[in-house]
Design a protein around this ligand. Structure first.
Ligand code: DC
Length: 222
């Protein structure tokens, strides 16, 4: 039997978080953003990113808990780190630690455990390829690099103050190369994943496209 997971993968700022959150809300099921795990490791490792020391990995206390809005959010040692995880330097660190097999192995079990309690939407880079190759539904969300840079610039706190579109586009290209070029769990569409190019689509249209494919199965077997 396939896992009751709607896997949504794709590159940075492709619109996948908005789509994943919207789909989960519409279906009344949890939404898990796995990028926050890699961001948390980068935060905890501080200046020791290459490689992340074993003592940091062996003491990870990460869990997705319900926040005040009732959404699942990553907590470190039982506390929500909040906006610090969205900082550009943490995003860059996350992309670096995500290339390390020891880091990915430390986070795999936690992600797999999440699907034990029923349907959920899980978003990341390798959900359909590695974490849940047997996911019931797999989507790969993309958008042109220019459009992704525009979207990232529009998100407060996610780019350095005064950053230009060109600088943000260059940073996104660098992260794409790191995420898609790494040896372990590289970013790529899972076999059988439905590709959705969001460049010219509204967030609502992306959400509808996904819901059209999954709604009936999830609602009848919840
Ligand atoms: O989705 P995000 O920008 O929060 O992800 C931060 C980094 O974590 C990104 O550069 C790639 C990495 N990541 C990953 O390798 N695998 C995942 N499942 C999720 C994120």
């Amino acid at each position: 039997m396939s896992s009751k997971v709607i896997a949504i993968d794709g590159p940075a700022a492709s619109g996948k978080s908005t789509a994943a959150a919207g789909v989960a809300r519409a279906l009344g099921i949890p939404y898990v953003n796995t990028g926050s795990l890699y961001r948390a490791v980068a935060l905890l490792a501080g200046n020791e990113l290459d490689p992340v020391p074993e003592r940091v990995l062996s003491r990870l206390q990460l869990a997705y808990l319900r926040n005040a809005d009732g959404e699942f959010e990553l907590a470190i040692d039982g506390r929500f780190p909040g906006a610090v995880l969205r900082r550009p330097e943490i995003a860059a660190g996350a992309s670096r630690v995500a290339t390390q097999p020891a880091v990915r192995a430390a986070l795999l079990e936690l992600q797999r455990k999440m699907a034990e309690n029923g349907w959920l939407v899980m978003e990341g880079r390798d959900i359909g390829t590695v974490v849940f190759p047997d996911a019931a539904f797999k989507f790969f969300i993309t958008a042109s690099p220019e459009e992704r840079a525009r979207r990232r610039l529009a998100q407060a706190g996610e780019t350095p103050d005064g950053a230009t579109l060109e600088e943000v586009a260059a940073e996104i290209r660098k992260r794409d190369e790191q995420d898609a070029g790494r040896a372990v769990a590289p970013l790529r569409p899972a076999p059988g994943a439905v590709l959705v190019d969001t460049t010219d689509l509204t967030a609502e249209a992306v959400k509808r496209r996904i819901l059209n494919l999954v709604e009936r199965s999830v609602c009848t077997t919840k």
